[in-house]
Write a protein that binds this ligand. Structure first.
Ligand code: PDD
Length: 285
């Protein structure tokens, strides 16, 4: 990482190696915090208002006061992107319940939340994996019951992604009661042999993906048939196409699940179309 890298910490833009968070930060001790990730392409934030709305909701669900209005957040993000010269990549934001002596219940009212932001330069558009398609595996979903909250408690996702890495693949889809919930850091979609798009309906069992919502909107505008319902691992193995969506992957084709080839073993036409539509939307916004 460049020595000139700048992060945002509690009201200040500071050099990366001078940014310090105390040991008693509740994010560190309890994973008592929320995060968000927005993509940057052409130097601009993608679908950012929706990410900031989800950040606000996640914070409110666990009783942390949102330290900034959306316009303030966006101003800080934009400045951070500019200071780091990021034209393509990500902005990461995290808010924790702040610093206090270790005790499980909330600290005294008025304890300021800890706010951290950093950027990551990354190839999002011309990602070679999007050309070849990704292989994935399925793993058991080990998470808690409020997966609609974008909590920084990501141990189950860390273990899922490590299982994928050890299998030599890009992503793991998590499975509960035989049905796919979502990817370790993405939303799961399949396309049936008769051209219907299938993704799990929103509930507390999964994160309401911002890219998911945009893709469903684009699919609707393109008059594609969409079913929001549970789908099994067996159905995914037999799908005509599969893909996953996230702020960092956009629409990522899946060409194998658990070593079984999906469709023709290359990105399918529906997936490629949705990726193009999504990129078009992201660039035009
Ligand atoms: N992850 N599901 C989970 C569990 C996720 O962690 C993510 C995103 C998504 C996709 O959501 P969105 O389309 O809003 O990015 C679904 C981010 C990118 C991350 O943790 O880095």
């Amino acid at each position: 990482m460049a020595s000139s890298r700048i992060v945002y910490l509690n009201g200040e833009f500071v050099p990366f190696d001078q940014a310090r968070v105390p040991v008693m930060d509740r994010g560190f001790l309890f994973a008592d915090g929320i995060y968000e990730v927005s993509a940057v392409i052409d130097g601009r934030l993608v679908d950012n208002a929706a990410h900031l709305a989800r950040l606000d909701r996640s914070l409110s669900e666990i009783g942390i006061r949102n330290p900034h209005a959306a316009a303030e957040w966006e101003g800080l993000q934009t400045e951070l992107v500019a200071r780091n010269g990021v034209t393509e990549g990500l902005v990461y934001m995290q808010v924790t319940r702040g610093v206090a002596e270790r005790d499980f219940a909330f600290p005294a009212r008025g304890t300021p939340p800890t706010v951290v932001m950093f950027t990551q330069a990354k190839t999002v558009l011309a990602n070679p994996l999007a050309e070849t398609g990704a292989k994935i595996v399925t793993v058991e979903d080990l998470r808690w019951k409020r997966r609609d909250i974008k909590s920084v408690a990501l141990l189950a996702q860390v273990l899922a992604k490590q299982a994928a890495a050890e299998a030599g693949v890009a992503e793991a889809w998590m499975v509960e009661d035989g049905a796919v919930t979502e990817g370790s850091s993405s939303t799961a979609f399949i396309a049936t042999r008769d051209g219907r798009l299938v993704t799990r309906p929103l509930s507390t069992a999964l994160l309401p993906g911002i890219t998911r919502a945009a893709v469903l909107q684009l699919a609707d505008e393109a008059s594609l048939r969409v079913e929001e319902r549970l789908f099994s691992v067996a159905e995914a193995h037999a799908a005509a196409e599969a893909f996953y969506t996230s702020a960092s992957a956009f629409v990522m084709p899946v060409i194998a699940i658990d070593g079984r080839t999906i469709g023709e073993g290359r990105p399918g036409p529906l997936t490629r179309r949705l990726r193009d539509l999504y990129i078009g939307m992201a660039r035009a916004a």
